[in-house]
Write a protein that binds this ligand. Structure first.
Ligand SMILES: NC(=O)c1ccc[n+]([C@@H]2O[C@H](COP(=O)([O-])OP(=O)(O)OC[C@H]3O[C@@H](n4cnc5c(N)ncnc54)[C@H](OP(=O)(O)O)[C@@H]3O)[C@@H](O)[C@H]2O)c1
Length: 486
């Protein structure tokens, strides 16, 4: 099954590898999805023996799967795994790596490098790999997966791209946005384009507006320093929410080939109007959570208290209004919002249809809500007549279908993306033009927000959207949905 290949995992002893990557690879092996001859070479900066590394892997799996796995599967998985020390003070570390991979005969020369390291290390590692001839595709493929974020703004993204593209062609670069590995996100395309009842309505003639929501109940937690240099707009909207928007609004791709899908996503992202600098207040809103309550944690502190700096203007709530400049969407507001410490967690896309009230006047509307997580579902709200003598009385009928049912295959987004990496499918990875378009949209807002040191709006932890966020609505009858149900 599949060709022989080698996955080289930089940052194998880091948090992401421990929680997602190594257990994900094991799960893939367990379900028979890893090519038989595939080997995994983990790289860490400390010198440890293979046995110690194998014991660490066992510990990760024991924690993740509560020791519930078969011994023969474990033995097969562990036999694929090797360790290479990449000690920073060892000038020969990459030479030894190259020897091991290219000359020992122990590893396939089809190699994917997964860089699960700090973003500041991405380009240095690519330089070092190139210097040791590890990126040249001489009869064997070489791919490099770059973790998120790709740059911290447009300028740094272009710099990183310039640096790595000295050694790599676009077809060799796999920029991750792990939301694209979620099957519920891919479902957006199928729901739109495989259903004749939806696609004819998917335009400015029938749609009033679109809301793309990502709400979390968790706060910033231990990551205060990281978060205060990032913020919700950069962390979530630049990547995950704009990708959800692209899938929701793009034109039909010529096929499901990676190039065709990415071509349409790029076109869509590039056709979004930039927010005018002098109108940021009407189009972008930010806020921070203050103290309050969380269902799972009880009384919780506010962001500024957790940070220990009451001067920070970094947002834990960000909302944007965007307009797409094309035939299909001209004039339709698209609202994106993401927030921490909300009343409930949920990632969903809500489409509000225009009211057709020729016969009976009603202020209620038809909605379609596609929920990504925690529930994977499709939810319709349609207006129907209330039974009885009064023909003018309407009410909302809710129809909900689960997109995931008992017995469906469960595959984590990172597992999907690692399989794609090994099989050479880039459709669920970001093209550099998508990354650039996304930074171009959020950068001007971030710059203005950083400049403005006025105290940021506060919302109590555990509450809904701050009331002041309504400022971005185009029409007074528009409102944030509180959940997928109302
Ligand atoms: N997609 C997402 O939503 C998402 C989520 C989480 C993380 N990430 C990204 O994933 C990456 C890793 O995150 P993390 O939380 O795992 O970070 P982490 O816990 O800090 O781990 C990074 C690891 O990289 C190792 N490392 C650094 N340079 C290396 C080199 N030259 N050779 C070998 N190992 C090296 C470090 O080793 P030492 O321990 O020896 O220093 C550390 O173990 C980051 O880029 C982060 O931004 C993305």
């Amino acid at each position: 099954m599949g060709e022989n290949s080698t996955l080289v995992l930089f940052g194998a002893r880091g948090n992401l590898a421990k929680i997602k990557l190594i257990p994900g690879l094991f799960h893939l092996d367990e379900s028979g999805k890893l090519p038989e001859g595939m080997k995994i070479l983990s790289i860490g900066r400390q010198k440890i023996e293979d046995d110690v590394w194998k014991a660490e892997i066992k510990e990760m799996l024991d924690v993740k799967f509560k020791k519930k796995y078969e011994k023969n599967v474990f033995d097969r998985f562990i036999a694929r795994n090797f360790y290479h020390a990449n000690e920073p003070e060892d000038p020969e570390a990459f030479k030894r790596l190259s020897n091991k991979l290219l000359n020992s005969g122990d590893f396939s020369k089809n190699i994917a490098f997964f860089l699960s390291v700090r973003p500041s290390d991405f380009s240095t590692i690519v330089d070092q790999l190139a210097a040791e001839n590890l990126l040249k595709e001489d009869g064997f493929w070489k791919r490099v997966l770059i973790e998120k974020p790709f740059g911290t703004n447009l300028e740094t993204a272009i710099e990183l791209q310039k640096s790595i593209s000295r050694h790599l062609a676009e077809t060799q670069i796999y920029r991750i946005d792990h939301y694209l590995g979620k099957s519920a996100l891919q479902n957006i395309l199928m729901t739109r384009f495989n259903n004749a009842i939806l696609e004819p309505l998917w335009n400015k003639n029938y749609i009033d507006h679109i809301q793309i929501t990502n709400h979390e109940t968790l706060g910033v937690g231990e990551r205060t320093t990281f978060y205060d240099s990032t913020g919700a707009l950069r962390d979530m909207i630049q990547s995950h929410l704009l990708q959800m928007l692209a899938l929701t609004a793009m034109e039909k791709p010529a096929s499901l080939n990676p190039d065709d899908i990415r071509k349409e996503k790029i076109k869509l992202l590039e056709s979004i109007n930039p927010i005018p600098i002098n109108e940021i207040e009407k189009n972008a809103f930010r806020a921070q959570y203050s103290k309050g309550t969380s269902n799972s944690e009880g009384n919780v502190l506010g962001y500024l208290e957790e940070l220990g700096d009451d001067k920070s203007v970094v947002e834990t709530y960000a909302a944007l209004k965007l307009f797409i400049n094309n035939e299909r969407w001209n004039g339709v507001p698209i609202y994106l919002r993401t927030a921490k410490r909300m009343h409930e967690a949920g990632t969903y896309i809500s489409i509000k249809f225009k009211n057709k009230d020729d016969l009976v006047k009603t202020d209620k509307s038809n909605w379609l809500v596609i929920s990504i997580q925690p529930r994977e579902s499709t939810h319709f709200e349609i207006q129907t007549k209330t039974p009885g003598l009064d023909d003018s009385l309407m009410r909302t009928t809710r129809l909900e279908g689960l997109n995931r049912i008992d017995g469906d295959e469960t595959i984590d987004s990172y597992e999907t993306l690692m399989l794609d990496l090994m099989s050479g499918n880039q459709s669920r990875f970001l093209h550099i033009d998508e990354v650039k378009a996304a930074w171009s949209l959020v950068d001007p807002v971030i710059v203005e927000w950083v400049k403005d040191k006025n105290k940021v709006h506060q919302y109590p932890s555990g509450s809904g959207d701050p009331i002041e966020s309504k400022i971005i609505f185009e029409n007074p009858d528009q409102f944030w949905r509180k959940s997928i149900n109302n």
